[in-house]
Design a protein around this ligand. Sequence first.
Ligand code: PBG
Length: 327
Amino acid sequence: MYFPIFRPRRLRETETFRRMVRETHLRVDDFIMPFFVVHGRDVRREIGSMPGNYHLSVDELVKEAKETAALGIPGIILFGLPATKDAVGSEAYARDGIVQQAVRAIKDSVSDLVVITDVCLCEYTSHGHCGVVERGRVKNDPTLELLAKTAVSHAEAGADMVAPSDMMDGRVGAIREALDESGYEETPILSYAAKYASAFYGPFREAAESAPQFGDRRAYQMDPSNADEALREVGLDLEEGADMIMVKPALPYLDILWRVKAEFGVPVAAYNVSGEFAMVKAAARLGWLDEERVMLEMLTAIKRAGADLIITYFARDAARILRQQEP
Ligand code: PBG
């Protein structure tokens, strides 16, 4: 009934008008780039289902970290592939574990880059689960101690922030307490608070060699059907001392991002996961989608839904484009 008084198309007519009324702006500062680090030297092996992403040895990772910082991206998150896996994921909390080595090397040679570490056991356990397994079940409380040890060892190596992704109950509190006791009361926690048991992690599990050897993760990660429960998870993690919280995956869970941001108003990160990335890459290779436009649209949608930060394998591609657009 407003028409013809109000014609929304008036402000869409030219790019200059569109720029004036644009509500959401992606910035290079929004991005966090994930990396996979492996033992060895001169290792740079592309991950099949994640084109442009590599298994990198520490020396190669340092080069990539420098490049990432040079693009203006403020942070990276590290995942490690251990030399050997065992039932209790020993390398996750070893002083000279692969992530610990990587953090030291990056902190020694790259300034102005926030180095975040993923705190989880699944890459390090022989069974591929995110915790201690007893009689075919992932045991919650015995896992907390190992997660806390892992987080402290990352902080010791110089990690700027730790990010628990295991979905055990009480882990944020356990990690906060252990960090404080070890003198790392200034190290913030980015909690994967609402992490869903998602099929979109498929390519990551190939990249991190972390697929569970039996069963699945539905007894600890969230049911994709639930939204109220995500708010409860976030509330709990904040009470336990989380400084930032994460919603993961991103694109299929924009409603969760929106609700979390509206309800809590704390810094929220979204993880644009491996499967979201691989779908775009695959379709683009087939000539079915315009990769660049789809990427920017996806990232914009994630930000519009409430994410302050986006962990994404597109971080560097997107940063390059945004820098070109700068006047
Ligand atoms: C480890 C972890 C996973 C991802 C991040 N941390 C996999 C999983 O829970 O199985 C997935 C990231 C991605 O798909 O990009 N717990």
